[in-house]
Ligand binder design. Sequence first.
Ligand code: 13P
Length: 340
Amino acid sequence: MNAQDLIDTVQMLLAADKGLLAMDESNPTCNKRFAKLGIPQTEEARRAYRELIVTTPRLGECISGVILYDETNRQQKKDGTSFVKVITDAGIIPGIKVDTGAKDMAGHPKEKITEGLDGLRVRLKEYFQMGARFAKWRAVITVGDGIPSQGCIEANAQALSSYAALCQEIGLVPVVEPEVLMDGDHTLERCSKVTHEVLHTVFNQLYTQRVTLEAMILKPNMVVPGLACPKQQAVDEIADATVRCLLQVVPAAVGGIAFLSGGQSCTLASERLNAMNLRFKSRLPWGLAFSFARAIQQPAMDIWLGKENNVSAAQQALYHRARCNQAARRGEYNAAMERP
Ligand code: 13P
């Protein structure tokens, strides 16, 4: 590996005020979102939807990298141009999700372990040859009665670190995503405690497995109360809790941070990212960016509904969300941006 190439890629991905667009839903996840809207759950519908996204005019103004799923990585536009070429021509760096999903963890009821390490070196080489320059692996941590367990946190941290080390060997920037889920009625304080513990364990493992921190991106959850928690703190409190937690456990050397959205509404995700940058940007050792899927895509999918006639309006909605989050990176997002 050439560490400087990786560090250059990190800098391009987090340059200025741009961020990442996650469009790497697995087929089952993509189908589930289509089913809710009555969109056919077919390979052609998924292809058409991904074509809509990657051909969105001016997407490259706000998005530096997109994360693809294996199927999308091998698909083309209707005219035969590969999606990877379309993305690269738009000045966007292609990335790829390389885990094979979160599965029930043996001996750990209600907890998940992410799989995909077997044969990973070979797959990473193929993705690199196909044009990918960064990769993503998502670990899932559930908060509940007596969970997460130490066993689940440690097993996921080890897998994330093995993946990250392999990526760097091949020349791909690892995006390390340990997601503490928002499902449940846990408090902000509980989320903060769990996130702290998870990140601490992940960085211990990254260190043990000799991952170069400057050449990786952390993709964490924001520190938020569970979706069913009766007490939902104000935007500034979420921003404070998130930044405080990150400052305690994320080494200054880390190349950058790009949050997942995790099921927050689009506007809340933008408001919270904005508050963090507005209040803390000049005092942080790393940039705070976004790597959202739902919080960028959902309005576009709701408009598209699988219909060719809706493509242009859906693309405008996608571009709008990307631009709002770009403004949030600068701490310049405000409610007026949401008015038609
Ligand atoms: P959300 O922003 O929808 O949480 O997705 C981010 C992601 O990439 C999940 O792996």
